[in-house]
Design a protein around this ligand. Structure first.
Ligand SMILES: NC(=O)C1=CN([C@@H]2O[C@H](COP(=O)(O)OP(=O)(O)OC[C@H]3O[C@@H](n4cnc5c(N)ncnc54)[C@H](OP(=O)(O)O)[C@@H]3O)[C@@H](O)[C@H]2O)C=CC1
Ligand SMILES: O=C(O)[C@@H]1CCC=N1
Length: 263
Protein backbone atom coordinates (compact mmCIF):
# COMPACT_ATOMS: atom_id res chain seq x y z
CA UNK A 1 0.00 0.00 0.00
CA UNK A 2 1.54 3.30 -1.10
CA UNK A 3 0.15 6.18 0.92
CA UNK A 4 0.68 9.90 1.34
CA UNK A 5 -0.37 12.18 4.15
CA UNK A 6 -0.83 15.65 2.75
CA UNK A 7 -0.39 17.98 5.72
CA UNK A 8 1.56 16.01 8.33
CA UNK A 9 0.66 18.17 11.33
CA UNK A 10 -0.66 17.03 14.68
CA UNK A 11 -3.26 14.53 13.46
CA UNK A 12 -1.34 13.59 10.29
CA UNK A 13 1.69 12.60 12.38
CA UNK A 14 -0.50 10.55 14.74
CA UNK A 15 -1.84 8.63 11.74
CA UNK A 16 1.66 8.25 10.30
CA UNK A 17 2.99 6.80 13.58
CA UNK A 18 0.18 4.25 13.69
CA UNK A 19 0.62 3.21 10.04
CA UNK A 20 4.38 2.81 10.51
CA UNK A 21 4.10 0.99 13.83
CA UNK A 22 1.72 -1.54 12.29
CA UNK A 23 3.66 -1.78 9.02
CA UNK A 24 0.53 -1.09 7.00
CA UNK A 25 2.25 0.81 4.19
CA UNK A 26 5.10 0.00 1.82
CA UNK A 27 5.79 3.68 1.24
CA UNK A 28 4.57 6.78 3.05
CA UNK A 29 5.01 10.32 1.79
CA UNK A 30 4.59 12.95 4.48
CA UNK A 31 4.14 16.49 3.23
CA UNK A 32 4.16 19.90 4.84
CA UNK A 33 5.66 23.20 3.85
CA UNK A 34 8.28 23.04 6.60
CA UNK A 35 9.49 19.45 6.86
CA UNK A 36 12.24 20.24 9.40
CA UNK A 37 9.78 19.82 12.24
CA UNK A 38 9.12 16.18 11.27
CA UNK A 39 12.73 15.19 10.50
CA UNK A 40 12.47 12.35 13.08
CA UNK A 41 10.37 10.40 10.56
CA UNK A 42 13.51 10.06 8.39
CA UNK A 43 14.37 7.16 10.70
CA UNK A 44 11.81 5.03 8.79
CA UNK A 45 12.93 3.52 5.48
CA UNK A 46 9.38 3.71 4.06
CA UNK A 47 9.04 7.45 4.67
CA UNK A 48 9.73 10.26 2.24
CA UNK A 49 9.45 13.79 3.63
CA UNK A 50 8.70 16.49 1.12
CA UNK A 51 7.02 19.85 0.75
CA UNK A 52 6.09 18.87 -2.81
CA UNK A 53 2.50 17.59 -2.72
CA UNK A 54 2.64 16.73 -6.43
CA UNK A 55 5.55 14.34 -5.90
CA UNK A 56 3.60 12.66 -3.09
CA UNK A 57 0.47 12.24 -5.23
CA UNK A 58 2.38 10.87 -8.22
CA UNK A 59 3.98 8.19 -6.04
CA UNK A 60 0.99 7.12 -3.95
CA UNK A 61 -2.36 5.34 -4.35
CA UNK A 62 -3.97 6.40 -1.08
CA UNK A 63 -4.01 10.11 -0.32
CA UNK A 64 -4.87 11.16 3.22
CA UNK A 65 -5.54 14.89 3.44
CA UNK A 66 -4.88 16.27 6.96
CA UNK A 67 -4.45 19.99 6.37
CA UNK A 68 -6.49 22.70 8.08
CA UNK A 69 -9.92 23.14 6.44
CA UNK A 70 -9.04 26.56 4.99
CA UNK A 71 -6.16 25.07 2.99
CA UNK A 72 -7.95 22.12 1.42
CA UNK A 73 -9.73 23.77 -1.48
CA UNK A 74 -6.61 25.28 -3.05
CA UNK A 75 -4.54 22.13 -2.45
CA UNK A 76 -7.20 19.97 -4.16
CA UNK A 77 -7.42 22.41 -7.08
CA UNK A 78 -3.63 22.26 -7.53
CA UNK A 79 -3.55 18.46 -7.38
CA UNK A 80 -6.64 17.76 -9.50
CA UNK A 81 -4.72 17.36 -12.79
CA UNK A 82 -2.59 14.63 -11.19
CA UNK A 83 -5.45 12.56 -9.80
CA UNK A 84 -6.16 9.30 -11.61
CA UNK A 85 -9.08 6.85 -11.44
CA UNK A 86 -7.25 4.63 -8.92
CA UNK A 87 -6.50 7.23 -6.28
CA UNK A 88 -8.39 6.78 -3.04
CA UNK A 89 -8.91 10.18 -1.44
CA UNK A 90 -9.39 10.18 2.31
CA UNK A 91 -9.88 13.39 4.26
CA UNK A 92 -9.71 13.85 8.04
CA UNK A 93 -10.84 17.45 7.78
CA UNK A 94 -13.53 18.82 10.02
CA UNK A 95 -16.61 20.21 8.30
CA UNK A 96 -15.43 19.90 4.68
CA UNK A 97 -18.32 18.04 3.04
CA UNK A 98 -18.18 15.35 0.38
CA UNK A 99 -20.30 17.67 -1.79
CA UNK A 100 -17.61 20.37 -1.59
CA UNK A 101 -14.82 17.90 -2.33
CA UNK A 102 -16.75 16.51 -5.31
CA UNK A 103 -17.36 20.04 -6.59
CA UNK A 104 -13.58 20.52 -6.79
CA UNK A 105 -12.30 17.15 -8.03
CA UNK A 106 -15.43 15.57 -9.50
CA UNK A 107 -17.96 12.95 -8.37
CA UNK A 108 -16.24 10.10 -10.19
CA UNK A 109 -13.59 9.66 -7.50
CA UNK A 110 -13.15 7.36 -4.55
CA UNK A 111 -13.72 9.82 -1.70
CA UNK A 112 -13.97 8.86 1.96
CA UNK A 113 -14.36 11.39 4.77
CA UNK A 114 -12.92 10.12 8.01
CA UNK A 115 -12.80 11.37 11.57
CA UNK A 116 -10.04 9.69 13.53
CA UNK A 117 -8.52 10.97 16.74
CA UNK A 118 -4.98 11.48 18.01
CA UNK A 119 -4.97 8.06 19.71
CA UNK A 120 -4.21 6.75 16.20
CA UNK A 121 -0.57 7.27 17.23
CA UNK A 122 -0.89 4.40 19.70
CA UNK A 123 -3.28 2.22 17.71
CA UNK A 124 -6.35 3.21 19.74
CA UNK A 125 -8.24 5.66 17.54
CA UNK A 126 -12.01 5.54 17.18
CA UNK A 127 -12.49 6.51 13.56
CA UNK A 128 -15.80 7.22 11.85
CA UNK A 129 -15.97 6.88 8.05
CA UNK A 130 -18.38 8.21 5.43
CA UNK A 131 -17.81 7.45 1.73
CA UNK A 132 -19.25 9.15 -1.35
CA UNK A 133 -21.19 6.94 -3.76
CA UNK A 134 -18.06 5.75 -5.58
CA UNK A 135 -16.06 5.61 -2.35
CA UNK A 136 -18.35 2.79 -1.09
CA UNK A 137 -16.26 0.47 -3.30
CA UNK A 138 -13.20 1.34 -1.20
CA UNK A 139 -14.76 1.40 2.26
CA UNK A 140 -13.23 -2.01 3.08
CA UNK A 141 -9.80 -0.62 2.22
CA UNK A 142 -10.39 2.44 4.42
CA UNK A 143 -11.50 0.16 7.27
CA UNK A 144 -8.32 -1.89 6.87
CA UNK A 145 -6.28 1.29 7.20
CA UNK A 146 -8.15 2.72 10.16
CA UNK A 147 -8.65 -0.61 11.95
CA UNK A 148 -4.86 -0.81 12.02
CA UNK A 149 -5.01 2.45 13.98
CA UNK A 150 -7.75 1.34 16.39
CA UNK A 151 -11.41 0.75 15.55
CA UNK A 152 -13.63 2.17 12.83
CA UNK A 153 -17.33 2.62 12.16
CA UNK A 154 -19.07 3.58 8.92
CA UNK A 155 -21.72 6.23 9.56
CA UNK A 156 -23.89 8.54 7.41
CA UNK A 157 -22.11 11.78 6.56
CA UNK A 158 -24.70 13.83 8.46
CA UNK A 159 -23.48 12.21 11.71
CA UNK A 160 -19.82 13.10 11.16
CA UNK A 161 -20.02 16.40 13.06
CA UNK A 162 -21.44 14.64 16.10
CA UNK A 163 -18.78 11.93 15.78
CA UNK A 164 -16.11 14.63 15.74
CA UNK A 165 -17.30 15.96 19.09
CA UNK A 166 -17.54 12.52 20.72
CA UNK A 167 -14.36 10.97 19.29
CA UNK A 168 -11.92 13.72 18.24
CA UNK A 169 -12.75 16.39 20.84
CA UNK A 170 -13.54 13.49 23.16
CA UNK A 171 -9.83 12.83 23.62
CA UNK A 172 -9.54 16.27 25.25
CA UNK A 173 -12.64 15.68 27.38
CA UNK A 174 -11.28 12.38 28.74
CA UNK A 175 -7.85 13.95 29.35
CA UNK A 176 -9.46 16.61 31.52
CA UNK A 177 -11.34 13.96 33.53
CA UNK A 178 -8.09 12.06 34.07
CA UNK A 179 -6.35 15.30 35.05
CA UNK A 180 -9.09 16.18 37.55
CA UNK A 181 -8.86 12.71 39.11
CA UNK A 182 -5.09 13.21 39.39
CA UNK A 183 -5.62 16.53 41.17
CA UNK A 184 -7.98 14.82 43.61
CA UNK A 185 -5.43 12.07 44.27
CA UNK A 186 -2.68 14.62 44.95
CA UNK A 187 -4.97 16.31 47.46
CA UNK A 188 -5.34 12.93 49.16
CA UNK A 189 -1.57 12.74 49.53
CA UNK A 190 -0.15 10.98 46.47
CA UNK A 191 2.90 12.27 44.63
CA UNK A 192 1.98 13.77 41.24
CA UNK A 193 3.51 10.93 39.21
CA UNK A 194 1.81 8.29 41.37
CA UNK A 195 -1.50 10.15 41.18
CA UNK A 196 -1.26 10.33 37.39
CA UNK A 197 -0.53 6.61 37.15
CA UNK A 198 -3.45 5.70 39.44
CA UNK A 199 -5.87 7.88 37.46
CA UNK A 200 -4.72 6.64 34.05
CA UNK A 201 -4.76 2.94 34.81
CA UNK A 202 -8.12 3.17 36.58
CA UNK A 203 -9.60 4.92 33.55
CA UNK A 204 -8.07 2.28 31.26
CA UNK A 205 -9.42 -0.47 33.53
CA UNK A 206 -12.94 1.00 33.50
CA UNK A 207 -13.02 1.17 29.69
CA UNK A 208 -11.52 -2.32 29.41
CA UNK A 209 -14.17 -3.76 31.76
CA UNK A 210 -16.93 -2.40 29.55
CA UNK A 211 -15.22 -3.51 26.33
CA UNK A 212 -14.52 -7.03 27.47
CA UNK A 213 -17.70 -7.73 29.45
CA UNK A 214 -20.16 -5.88 27.21
CA UNK A 215 -21.81 -4.72 30.45
CA UNK A 216 -23.71 -1.47 30.90
CA UNK A 217 -21.73 1.11 32.94
CA UNK A 218 -24.41 1.08 35.65
CA UNK A 219 -23.97 -2.69 36.10
CA UNK A 220 -20.27 -2.12 36.77
CA UNK A 221 -21.09 0.81 39.08
CA UNK A 222 -23.44 -1.43 41.06
CA UNK A 223 -20.55 -3.86 41.59
CA UNK A 224 -18.39 -1.14 43.17
CA UNK A 225 -20.92 0.74 45.27
CA UNK A 226 -21.09 -0.89 48.70
CA UNK A 227 -24.39 0.12 50.38
CA UNK A 228 -23.71 3.03 52.70
CA UNK A 229 -20.10 3.04 51.45
CA UNK A 230 -17.68 5.63 50.17
CA UNK A 231 -18.23 5.12 46.42
CA UNK A 232 -21.92 6.00 46.40
CA UNK A 233 -21.19 8.91 48.75
CA UNK A 234 -18.67 10.36 46.27
CA UNK A 235 -20.71 9.52 43.19
CA UNK A 236 -23.87 11.15 44.51
CA UNK A 237 -21.94 14.28 45.49
CA UNK A 238 -20.47 14.44 41.95
CA UNK A 239 -23.96 14.19 40.49
CA UNK A 240 -25.30 16.86 42.91
CA UNK A 241 -22.49 19.05 41.56
CA UNK A 242 -23.58 18.27 38.00
CA UNK A 243 -21.06 15.73 36.68
CA UNK A 244 -23.25 14.00 34.07
CA UNK A 245 -25.12 17.19 33.30
CA UNK A 246 -21.94 19.21 32.70
CA UNK A 247 -20.56 16.54 30.37
CA UNK A 248 -23.78 16.38 28.37
CA UNK A 249 -24.00 20.18 28.21
CA UNK A 250 -20.35 20.43 27.15
CA UNK A 251 -20.87 17.89 24.37
CA UNK A 252 -23.89 19.86 23.15
CA UNK A 253 -21.98 23.17 23.25
CA UNK A 254 -19.18 21.58 21.27
CA UNK A 255 -21.72 20.31 18.73
CA UNK A 256 -23.33 23.76 18.44
CA UNK A 257 -19.89 25.24 17.78
CA UNK A 258 -18.85 22.71 15.16
CA UNK A 259 -22.08 23.43 13.29
CA UNK A 260 -21.32 27.18 13.32
CA UNK A 261 -17.80 26.80 11.90
CA UNK A 262 -17.79 27.67 8.22
CA UNK A 263 -14.96 26.56 5.97
N1 LIG B 1 -6.09 17.43 16.04
C1 LIG B 1 -7.12 16.57 16.09
O1 LIG B 1 -7.30 15.82 17.05
C2 LIG B 1 -8.05 16.51 14.99
C3 LIG B 1 -7.99 17.30 13.86
N2 LIG B 1 -8.85 17.12 12.83
C4 LIG B 1 -8.76 17.81 11.56
O2 LIG B 1 -7.54 17.43 10.97
C5 LIG B 1 -7.01 18.51 10.24
C6 LIG B 1 -5.60 18.77 10.70
O3 LIG B 1 -5.63 19.15 12.06
P1 LIG B 1 -4.27 19.27 12.86
O4 LIG B 1 -3.43 18.09 12.55
O5 LIG B 1 -4.64 19.54 14.27
O6 LIG B 1 -3.66 20.58 12.16
P2 LIG B 1 -2.15 21.04 12.02
O7 LIG B 1 -2.17 22.50 11.77
O8 LIG B 1 -1.34 20.49 13.14
O9 LIG B 1 -1.67 20.29 10.69
C7 LIG B 1 -1.91 20.72 9.40
C8 LIG B 1 -0.60 20.68 8.66
O10 LIG B 1 -0.81 21.02 7.30
C9 LIG B 1 0.42 21.53 6.83
N3 LIG B 1 0.15 22.30 5.62
C10 LIG B 1 -0.37 23.54 5.49
N4 LIG B 1 -0.43 23.89 4.19
C11 LIG B 1 0.06 22.85 3.49
C12 LIG B 1 0.28 22.62 2.12
N5 LIG B 1 -0.03 23.53 1.18
N6 LIG B 1 0.78 21.43 1.73
C13 LIG B 1 1.11 20.49 2.65
N7 LIG B 1 0.94 20.67 3.97
C14 LIG B 1 0.43 21.84 4.39
C15 LIG B 1 0.96 22.37 7.99
O11 LIG B 1 2.37 22.37 8.05
P3 LIG B 1 3.25 23.53 7.34
O12 LIG B 1 2.77 24.83 7.93
O13 LIG B 1 4.66 23.17 7.66
O14 LIG B 1 2.91 23.40 5.91
C16 LIG B 1 0.45 21.62 9.22
O15 LIG B 1 1.46 20.90 9.86
C17 LIG B 1 -7.92 19.70 10.45
O16 LIG B 1 -8.67 19.86 9.28
C18 LIG B 1 -8.78 19.32 11.62
O17 LIG B 1 -10.08 19.79 11.43
C19 LIG B 1 -9.74 16.14 12.90
C20 LIG B 1 -9.83 15.35 13.99
C21 LIG B 1 -9.05 15.51 15.14
O1 LIG C 1 -11.18 21.42 18.01
C1 LIG C 1 -11.47 21.31 16.82
O2 LIG C 1 -12.22 22.15 16.29
C2 LIG C 1 -10.91 20.18 15.99
C3 LIG C 1 -11.98 19.26 15.55
C4 LIG C 1 -11.89 18.09 16.46
C5 LIG C 1 -10.60 18.19 17.04
N1 LIG C 1 -10.05 19.34 16.74
Amino acid sequence: MKAAIIGAGSLGQSIAKGLLKNKVVSSLYLTKRNTNSIADFNAYDEVVLTSDNEEAVKNSDILIFAVQPRHLEQILKNLKPLLNENHVIITVITGFSIEKIEAIIGVDRFIIRSMPNTAAAVGQSMTCLSPNTKGKEKIALAKTIFNSLGQSLEIPEDQLQAATVICASGIAFWMRLIRATTQGAIQLGFEADEAHKLAMQTCFGAASLLKESGNHPEAEIDRVTTPGGCTIEGLNEMEHQGLSSSLIKGINKSFDKINQIKN
